[in-house]
Ligand binder design. Structure first.
Ligand SMILES: C[S@@+](CC[C@H](N)C(=O)[O-])C[C@H]1O[C@@H](n2cnc3c(N)ncnc32)[C@H](O)[C@@H]1O
Length: 173
């Protein structure tokens, strides 16, 4: 299965904390391994680390990452870089090719993404050519990449686990 990391760029600590945390939680829940945050924000890292320690798995979040260096090192190590943008090629047209790659760095922006990112990416991918959100575009990208298999993923070392039920909330410690 393709191994996926996320690079979150353009994060503004004073207004994007909740959305960036949700980018990380979405990445974790849908099968990615880590999120690099191109800004210092220990609050985001702490929130995600708390979820991992309670709900299991090995998802890792690192802040204060230099985005240009992160992209270049990823490519130097043979990884593939996918930038999610509404200006890119539509997801169904490229996902088959991307699925063959071993290691993918998925870049999502906050506000305007530097033009340079479009050139550094191996694939600029649109999840429709309509504006929406980094959370929805990431979720759909990962679901198409993993063909829905991520929906049954298990999380080792969890302190808490949900027992799916038709009604009510059932959990097991
Ligand atoms: C709220 S959008 C802002 C986009 C910004 N206006 C720009 O021109 O770059 C934040 C991020 O959501 C993602 N995004 C939004 N719509 C998308 C789409 N249709 N396809 C892929 N990614 C999308 C992109 O990663 C984008 O950087």
């Amino acid at each position: 299965m393709t191994r996926v990391s996320i690079l979150r760029i353009g994060h503004r600590p004073e207004r994007d904390q909740r959305v960036t945390t949700h980018v990380g939680l979405t990445a974790r829940a849908l099968g990615a391994e880590r999120m690099y945050l191109a800004e210092a924000d220990s609050g985001v890292v702490q929130s995600i680390t708390d979820v991992v320690s309670r709900w299991g798995g090995t998802f890792f979040c690192q802040d204060n990452v230099r985005w240009r260096r992160c992209i270049n090192e990823w490519k130097d190590r043979g990884g593939t870089v996918v930038h999610l943008t509404m200006y890119g090629l539509n997801l169904p047209d490229v996902i088959g090719e991307i699925r063959e790659k071993e290691k993918i760095l998925v870049i999502v922006g906050a506000e305007k993404v530097p033009g340079e990112v479009f050139g550094l990416a191996d694939y600029n991918v649109a999840v429709t050519s309509q504006p929406h959100s980094e959370i929805s575009s990431l979720a759909l990208f990962l679901d198409h990449l993993f063909s829905g298999k991520e929906l049954s993923k298990a999380y080792p070392d969890a302190q808490i686990r949900i027992i799916p039920s038709r009604s009510g909330k059932k959990t097991e410690d």
